[in-house]
Design a protein around this ligand. Structure first.
Ligand code: PLP
Length: 454
């Protein structure tokens, strides 16, 4: 994550407080302003918001959904399977029929090349990696992990480490299954590993950790080599501990560069911990969310344990869709070229949000935000105790944000400051307006909060 993360640093003056004429300007840290000056700023924001209210807006910055132009990039995929012959796999299997639990070979190869995972560790699932993650946790609850351990669900209270802010749906899985969540702070390099170790290495009830290791949701952090190595070399107190490695944004660079993420399997193997890793990914944000292909990857021992259970759950997943993806892309390079086209559409959207933030909030010391190099989100921190008010105010003006608190376990952001902005879905002009509304809400709420504190 770029920029400072600790809101306390926001109170440090960084710009002159008074302009040459001695009047209030925006190039000052608001915490240094007089009540009168803050009142003027509050009134100005309120007037702008009143004008926006009259526009009857219905804008949505909530979920990270691809926009229409992004979906259109994959429309050609709908036409690549036109005959029975198109459904015959290289293994002679007819994809229209039952057969093969873990995916057709050419699809395994495609993901293997794309993600750098040996084919034999991959199984191809259905349309959603979240579904695979949910099923994986449930399987651990009901059947335990490989190695003859007691099912998690019979071990009393169990816990997961939840790097926060993080992905709300990971937290929802824990909540649904009664798994206690331990928030651990995210740093610019990944989860705070000192805190992770303090829990994982001492408490046998800690069974898992959620990781979005590349362009994390919502902060866009890519774990450093050090963090990956430390995760891979953990010596958990629980013998049935697992790392849930949700590499949802593995190939989702926004710029023409490759952002490096260390190979968790290689690092875990070097440390004798290969069985600790459950890896997930999908094409939801490559082709069609909800109609993509999801994968799980795991060690041979883990797969040997998982597959018979999976085989009772399904006879097999959608192989025609696997074939559709293989035929459309041809190779991992085909996917990489396709992702550059996604980036060309997404980049201006991210940059629009960032430029409105800079214009309307820059230098005021009332908010800070990330400058992601990839992924789907911008993470915005308001001053402490302001995010919920901003969320509600934006909602009343017709701008939907992901609910304040959602990026933390139990919906509880201890500092009530984090908001997740998803720029992908709205058109550019809508995005500009929606971000402007959010900024003016932040200006209004911040001015009021500082006046209350003065
Ligand atoms: N994992 C992360 C980190 C996500 O942000 C998302 C969607 O936003 C998902 C998983 C969902 O992926 P899928 O559509 O494959 O279930």
């Amino acid at each position: 994550m770029n920029g400072e993360k600790n809101c306390k640093t926001l109170s440090a003056p960084v710009f002159p407080l008074i302009d040459v004429k001695g009047t209030v300007t925006d190039f000052m840290v608001w915490s240094e302003l007089s009540r009168e000056a803050l009142g003027a700023l509050r009134d100005d924001a309120a007037a702008q918001l009143d004008a926006l209210r009259a526009e009857n807006l219905h804008l949505d910055l909530t979920r990270g959904k691809p926009g229409l132009a992004q979906l259109d990039l994959s429309s050609g995929m709908l036409g690549v399977i036109t005959s029975a012959e198109d459904c015959i796999s290289e293994s002679s299997l007819d994809c229209r029929n039952y057969g093969v639990l873990d995916g057709i070979p050419e699809a395994k190869r495609l993901f293997s090349d794309l993600l750098g995972i040996p084919e034999e560790r991959i199984f191809i699932g259905g349309n959603s990696s979240l579904n695979l993650m949910f099923d994986t946790v449930v399987r651990c609850m009901l059947f335990g992990v490989a190695g003859g351990h007691e099912p998690w669900g019979r071990q009393g209270r169990i816990k997961f480490i939840c790097p926060s802010p993080g992905y709300d749906r990971h937290f929802a899985i824990c909540r649904a299954l009664g798994i206690e969540m331990i928030p651990v702070e995210m740093t610019k390099e990944g989860p705070d590993m000192k805190a992770v170790r303090a829990h994982v290495c001492t408490d046998p009830s800690v069974k898992g950790i959620w990781c979005v290791p590349k362009f994390s949701n919502p902060e866009g952090v890519t774990y450093s080599d050090r963090v990956v190595e430390e995760l891979a070399s953990l010596k958990p107190a629980a013998p049935d501990f697992r790392i849930f490695w949700d590499n949802a944004y593995a190939v989702h660079e926004l710029y023409d560069e490759h952002v490096h993420l260390a190979d968790i399997f290689a690092a875990a193997e070097d440390n004798g911990n290969i069985d600790n890793v459950f890896y997930f990914a999908s094409t939801s944000k490559i082709t069609f969310p909800g109609s993509g292909v999801a994968i799980m990857a795991a060690s041979e021992t883990n797969l040997r344990h998982i597959k018979p259970i999976l085989a009772t759950q399904t006879i097999g997943f959608d192989k025609i869709n696997q074939m559709r993806h293989v035929k459309y892309f041809g190779s991992a390079d085909g996917i990489r070229a396709h992702m550059r086209r996604h980036a060309d559409i997404l980049r201006p959207k991210f940059e629009t949000v960032l430029s409105v933030f800079e214009r309307e909030l820059g230098g005021c010391g009332i908010a800070e935000w990330t400058h992601p190099r990839g992924g789907y989100f911008i993470s915005l921190n308001t001053m402490d105790d302001c995010a919920r008010r901003v969320y509600k105010m934006a909602k009343s003006l017709g701008v939907a944000l992901t609910e304040a608190g959602a990026t933390f376990p139990y919906g509880c952001d201890p500092r009530d400051r984090n908001l997740r902005i998803a720029p992908s879905y709205p058109e550019l002009s809508e995005l500009e307006t929606a971000t402007h509304v959010v900024c003016q809400c932040i200006r209004l709420v911040s001015a009021e909060a500082l006046m209350e504190r003065a």
